[in-house]
Ligand binder design. Sequence first.
Ligand code: GDP
Length: 303
Amino acid sequence: KKYKQGMEKTRNAFSGKINDLIARYRKVDEDFFEELEEVLIASDVGVNTVMDLVDELKMEVKRQNIKDTREMKDVISEKLVAIYYEDDNEEIEQLNVQEDGLSIILVVGVNGVGKTTSIGKLAYKLKQEGKHVMLAAGDTFRAGAIEQLDVWGERTGVEVIKQSEGSDPAAVIFDGIKAATSRDADVLICDTAGRLQNKVNLMNELAKVQRVIEREVPDAPHDVLLVLDATTGQNALSQAKTFSEATDVSGIMLTKLDGTAKGGIVLAIRNELQIPVKFAGMGEKAEDLQEFDAHAFVYGLFA
Ligand code: GDP
């Protein structure tokens, strides 16, 4: 029920194809597995992850002596969930927000993935939970980025700490920390630049921002959230690798899951990078952000 709205495209594509496969092949055989592989790869599960998954499925089929493809639906669901939760700990990975004191969330990602929107939605969500939230406009590079964050600040009733375009992002974040501390805020969400044209500069800038945060607040940043666009498929995976080299990415905000049939990227990210998906973006409005629950996600695929 959780992902009823928003997941239609992935669900229709995925469960439609699996059901079709099960109907066409009555017997679980090599051809069935081959086509299943194709369906999974087309859903952007990622080749390496698909290989792992199919190996697991074959072992399970042998173990349970499964012959009829109709029995495969449950086995596939179970193994998809197992790929996500490697350690049998089926808990939603929550935001690392502290009970006391200021929590700092650093948000990184390439321009256009939905970073500003996701920050707005997260601010809204935390405010709904009764938290005193502030934003720091650390993308001083992209024209209009500060104004766009301001719009979200107004929309959600959250104060935005900013300087002029072109100023030092680390200085803006420093200001943000000072302001958030003096106003006794619970959470400071820090925006950052996302210009990937100059990768080395950007990565240096992000590393510097992270160092400033670490220096000013013990145990901070409490979360480094990388925003990825689900519609970009395997590209999202390579972005995750790049950003992980510069910052300690602790979670993914996966946007535009409502606009893609390739939701399988969730499993690839987790399986290949061991980074949990903490939030899923399901639309453009403030309330269209959900805590990611892999169990609900996988079972939603077959609902
Ligand atoms: P940024 O450049 O990374 O800050 O990206 P923006 O936040 O400006 O978002 C780019 C576009 O994607 C905007 O038109 C957003 O409304 C849209 N967008 C962001 N998140 C989602 C989402 O979860 N679903 C959909 N359908 N659109 C989204």
